[in-house]
Design a binder for this molecule. Structure first.
Ligand SMILES: Cc1cc2nc3c(=O)[nH]c(=O)nc-3n(C[C@H](O)[C@H](O)[C@H](O)COP(=O)(O)OP(=O)(O)OC[C@H]3O[C@@H](n4cnc5c(N)ncnc54)[C@H](O)[C@@H]3O)c2cc1C
Length: 389
């Protein structure tokens, strides 16, 4: 069995949460091994947007410059249209601090560069986790075992670590939402500054990305999970038929084979994110619907708080207990808001849709800004500027 030297951590999962946790723990002086079940660090996914709280977290982790370099400001958070093109809310320059959008593969690449290559093991699927007074042992699918002082389960919504360590934790809940995502070919539809379009029971959004690409999504109500469509892009085009430009142009400029379709699940709030030497982080701890675009932002916040708590010499269970106390209230509030939002914003009721769009039309962008400020108002704790291993 391999044992890491000094204060050692194993992070399970190399998504944004696991990469950020590894970067933060390294910065706090820990020796980190990142275990990822995929054969390579995947360059998959589509786009996503990040609010100022995520930027502050990236700065605290020391990757703010790289983060900004692969991102583009988007006005989608403050531009809401109807399918016919009418504006309900329109972004005013100087109004909201703009969100930043990037391609998931670009951000993962940037973050992965901050983790030493010999600290990452791909093709390493964690199947077992066990802890005692002195450390944590993980077992991988090939039978290999590793031991460390601390273990972070950043292995996503269907987390193996959560299932092994919290066997009674609730299962992910299908939220009756289906989401398609795609990215237009570079330079094909440009410029696009970012917008959302609100129909009854459906929402389309678009964010500009680097290289003059545009990320788009369509979320709709769907009663049962597992729906299959032979032609996903055709299905999106049919459901948005007659909607304003540049929606048809974006769909026409998207390679059909790259379109992603996902059922949307979230988690009920967990009673704890830490047990002894093991903690959950990101979607493994608090998967939420994408309606507030905060899932990855919260994973970055988690990583900063974990690193700040781990920077001292406190015993590991104490560190993780503090992490749990700090992160659980905030993330579970965001999780609840993200579950509540689509009940109105994706309602299929004609009366609710009429009411919500009328209220949105009346609301100034200042109201939208104040609502967002509650979410985005987060100050990172200080992290050591130098590695003190
Ligand atoms: C449609 C959609 C749109 C979204 N848009 C936004 C947005 O705009 N802004 C935002 O902030 N968030 C957004 N989110 C949420 C965001 O995608 C997630 O919160 C974020 O990706 C979670 O990151 P993670 O690292 O916790 O988990 P994941 O990204 O799921 O990574 C988990 C990793 O663990 C690995 N793994 C799993 N099991 C094992 C195992 N047993 N052993 C080893 N490795 C394992 C997986 O292969 C994976 O690499 C969106 C989500 C969806 C579904």
């Amino acid at each position: 069995m391999e044992r890491e030297q000094g204060r050692s951590a194993i992070v399970v999962g190399a998504g944004i949460g696991g990469l950020a946790a590894a970067i933060g723990l390294q910065r706090a002086g820990w020796t980190v091994t990142l275990l990822e079940r995929a054969p390579q660090l995947r360059e998959a996914g589509a786009g996503w947007s990040f609010a100022p709280n995520a930027l502050r977290a990236a700065d605290a982790l020391g990757v703010g410059t790289e983060f900004r370099a692969c991102s583009v400001p988007t006005e989608a958070g403050a531009t809401m249209r109807l399918p016919g093109g009418e504006y309900l809310i329109r972004f005013q320059p100087g109004d909201d601090p703009p969100l930043l959008a990037n391609h998931r593969a670009d951000l993962q690449r940037v973050l992965a560069r901050q983790v030493p290559a010999d600290g990452v093991r791909t093709g390493a699927e964690v199947t077992g986790v066990r802890q005692d007074d002195d450390g944590v042992t993980v077992t991988c699918g090939d039978g290999r075992q590793m031991r460390a002082d601390l273990l972070v389960g950043a292995d996503g919504i269907h987390s193996t670590v959560r299932r092994r360590v919290w066997p009674d934790a609730p299962q992910p809940v299908f939220q009756r939402i289906l989401c398609w995502r795609g990215v237009s070919a570079p330079g094909s539809v440009w410029p696009v500054s970012g917008f959302q379009t609100w129909a009854r029971g459906a929402r389309f959004g678009a964010h500009p990305l680097t290289d003059e690409r545009v990320f788009w999504f369509l979320t709709v109500r769907q009663e049962e999970p597992g729906a299959h469509f032979a032609d996903d892009l055709g299905e999106v085009a049919a459901r948005t038929h007659g909607w304003h430009e540049p929606i048809p142009a974006l769909l026409a400029a998207t390679p059909p084979e790259t379109v992603l379709r996902h059922d949307i699940y979230d988690l009920d709030p967990l009673p704890s994110y830490a047990k002894g030497r093991i903690a959950l982080l990101g979607d493994a701890a608090h998967a939420m619907t994408p309606f507030l675009a905060q899932g990855a932002c919260q994973a970055l916040e988690d990583a900063v708080v974990l690193a700040a708590e781990a920077a001292g010499r406190a015993p590991v269970p104490h560190v993780l207990n503090r992490y749990d106390q700090v992160r659980r209230p905030r993330t579970q509030q965001v999780q609840r808001m993200a579950r509540a939002d689509p009940k109105l914003s994706l309602s299929t009721s004609a009366a609710t849709y009429r009411l919500m769009t009328a209220m949105t039309r009346l609301a100034s962008s200042g109201v939208a800004r104040r609502k967002s400020a509650r979410l985005w108002n987060w100050t990172p704790p200080a992290l050591p500027t130098e590695v003190t291993r």
